[in-house]
Design a protein around this ligand. Structure first.
Ligand code: HEC
Length: 201
């Protein structure tokens, strides 16, 4: 039995057989009388090793040849973003969002809707102001640029009673209502205007 194995693996090396155990020993590996056994690796170990080689080849082909989406971090990220955008159509991804005054009629209309539904409770439908300040005059507490207004609608002024709308309204809806204020309410004449607050712009 033992001699059969010798020829199979290490053809060119020489062996001796341990007289007590019949184990195969490598002849010239002798360290202060301690000799080295020549055992075959167990089959499960070898198969595991072959499997890692197969895995690495498949992995390399998918990565370098097919450039699989799930292996390239940037694309994997984009996939997750796209999926989330599809599931939550109200919250647009920030990638292409720009804070500039919207002029489309449909945007102004949508802004007006939000205004009447949510904001009018404190600012009145005609923007004259009641709990919140007058939106029709040229006086602003926090500035009158699109960014200034957008920031207030997004972050609110909690200590004065205006809550942040970053979770209730999408970026687009916030920009629409801000555009509505700046194009329709500013300069109009409300029924009961609240006294000016802040600085004149
Ligand atoms: C619960 C009442 C309340 C609601 C609802 C509310 N606001 Fe206000 N808002 C306020 C108060 C109070 C202030 C004044 C904050 C301050 O004094 O700093 C304010 C301030 C503002 C300002 C800044 C004004 C300035 O002079 O700088 C803007 C813009 C504004 N609100 C827009 C909105 C919009 C748009 C909505 C609806 C999405 C809204 N608000 C809903 C109470 C409210």
């Amino acid at each position: 039995m033992a001699t059969d194995n010798i020829n199979k693996s290490h053809d060119n090396e020489e062996y001796e057989i341990d007289t007590l155990t019949n184990d195969r020993l490598i002849k010239d590996h002798n360290y202060d009388g301690i000799k080295e056994l020549d055992n075959d690796l167990p089959p499960w170990w070898k198969w595991l090793f072959y499997l890692t080689i197969v895995f690495s080849i498949v992995y390399m082909i998918r990565l370098f040849v097919f450039q699989a989406d799930d292996l390239i971090q940037e694309r994997e990220y984009q996939l997750v973003i796209d999926k989330s955008a599809k599931e939550n159509p109200n919250t647009k991804s920030t990638g292409t969002f720009e804070i500039v005054l919207l002029t489309d009629k449909s945007d102004i209309e949508a802004g007006k809707e939000t205004w009447i539904k949510i904001c009018a409770a404190c600012h009145l439908v005609d923007g004259g102001g009641i709990v919140g300040p007058n939106m029709t005059d040229n006086y602003w507490i926090h500035g009158n640029s699109v960014e200034d207004l957008y920031k207030i609608v997004t972050n609110g002024v909690i200590e004065k009673g205006m809550i942040p709308y970053n979770t209730q309204l999408s970026e687009e809806a916030r920009l629409q209502v801000v555009s509505y204020i700046l194009t329709e309410l500013v300069g109009s004449t409300p029924a009961t205007p609240k006294a000016p607050e802040g600085n004149e712009y």
